[in-house]
Design a protein around this ligand. Sequence first.
Ligand SMILES: [Zn+2]
Length: 489
Amino acid sequence: MHPSAPTLTFLGGAGEVTGSCYLVEAPGLRFIVDCGMFQGGREAAEKNRRAFAFDPGGLDFVLLTHAHIDHSGLLPRLAAEGFGGPIHATAPTVDLAAVMLRDSAFIQEKEAEWSQRTAQAAAGRHGGKHQARRHDDNAIDPLYRMADAERAIGLFTRHRYGEAFEPRPGVRVLFRDAGHILGSASIEVTLTDAGCGHRIVFSGDLGQPGHPIVRDAVTVPQADTLLVESTYGDRLHRPMDATLDELVEALTGALVARKGNVVVPAFAVGRTQDLLMLLIRLTREGRLPPMDVYVDSPLATSATRITLQHHSELDEEAKELGRWLSTSKGWPRIHFSETVEDSMFINSIRDGAVVISASGMCDAGRIKHHLKYNLPRPECSVIITGFQAQGTLGRRLVDGARLIRLFGEEVPVRARIFTIGGLSAHADQGALLGWLGGFTQPPGHAWVVHGEASAAARFTQVVRDQLGWAADVAESGQAIVLPMQPGSP
Ligand SMILES: [Zn+2]
C-alpha cells in the first residue's frame, strides 16, 4: 500500500438511512461529505449529541449533497464546535439549507425550552432544585441554537452543476444532478498526489427518473470507489401513471362526490413542491375540479419560493407548467398561509379545499390542527404520500386506527385515508440499477450506503449478481483505504 494512501470512514448513513457523514483523510487533508442529523428510533437523540469522530476545527472543508436535514442537520453543531472552513454545495442547496437549518435550530430551542419547563415542574414536585439537574442534563440544552445555524449558513459556498472546482490543491470536486430534490447532487471527488490519483463518487440521494420538478439524475462514467444509496434498493415503486390515478380518485372523491376537504401531510421541502406541480398538471389535463390549495407551513412556503427563484434548475415540464399557470389565471388557486390567523382561517372551510401541511408524519406542526377538524368528517380525505415511521400518528392512520388522540382529545377517524406510495423522492431498485448502468467500466469497489440493513444487503446482492461488481454493505464506523493509482484519473 502507498504509505500516504487516503482513507474513507463511514460515520453515518451506513446500515441506516439517516445521519449521513463520510470522512476522507489523507496527509495534510481532511474533509467530510454531509453532516446529517440522525432521525427516528430511540438512539437518534443520543447519536446527535455524541462527540464527532474528528476534530471539527481540523477539517479543511465540507461537501454537502443536498439540503435534507438527515444530510445537513448537524452542520450548526459542527460550526459551534470549531469548524470555520467552507461548506461547498450547489446554489439551490445553499438556499434550501439556510431555511432548513434555521427551522431546525428553532425546533431545537423550543424542545429544550419545553424540557426545561418539564424538568422544573418535576423539581417543584420533588421539592429540590438539584433534582432538575439530575433529571437529564442533555434534555436541558438545545442540540444547537439559532446563532450556530447562522454561523454554519455563513460558511456556505455556491457552485454550479457540472463545473469542477478545487477546494484544495490536489482535490477536484464536481457536482452532478441527482434528481432527488432541488439542488441535490452526486459528488465526484478526485484526489491527486505525485502522479497518482483516486476518484471517489458519492451518489447522494438519487431520485426516480421522471420525478416532478427536478431534472433526472446524471450518470457518472467512472469511479475507483463508489458509495451508492439504497433506501429502496429492495423494491420497485408503482408506475407514475397508476399513482396519478390514485391521486385523482382520492381528490375527486372528497372534493366532488362528497363535498369535503382533502388534507395532505407532506414534508415541507421537496414533497410539497412535487405535489403542487402534480396538482397543476392534473388540473391542466382536466382531471381535477377547480380547487383552492392551501400550503400551510412556513418552511414549505419558503422552500416553494426558493424553488421558483431557481427556475433554471427546474425540469422542462415544471417550467412549462409554470408558464401555463401564469397565463391561465384560473385553477388551481394556490394560497400560502404565513400567519397563525391564516392557518386558523383554513379550519373554517368546509369543502373544496386541499390543505398541504407539515409535518409529513403528522406528529408535529400545523397538520395536527387540520387533522383535528377534518378527520371526524366522512366527506373528507386524508392522503398519505410519504414514508410513515413506526410510532408516528401518520403510521396509526395508515394502519387503520378508528380513534386517535390529538391535543389531549379523542378524535374519531371517519375521513377516508389514502396511502399513495408512488411519490417517493428516492429511486427504486430499477432506477438505482439504471443509474449504475451509466458507468462505462465497473468501479474499483462499490459500497452500499443509506439503506436499512435489509434493503442495503438485498441491493448489494443485486449489484454483485446483475452487474458482476465488487460490492459490499458499508458498516457504520468502518474505514476503507482509497489506493492511489498511477496516472491521473
Ligand atoms: Zn434526501
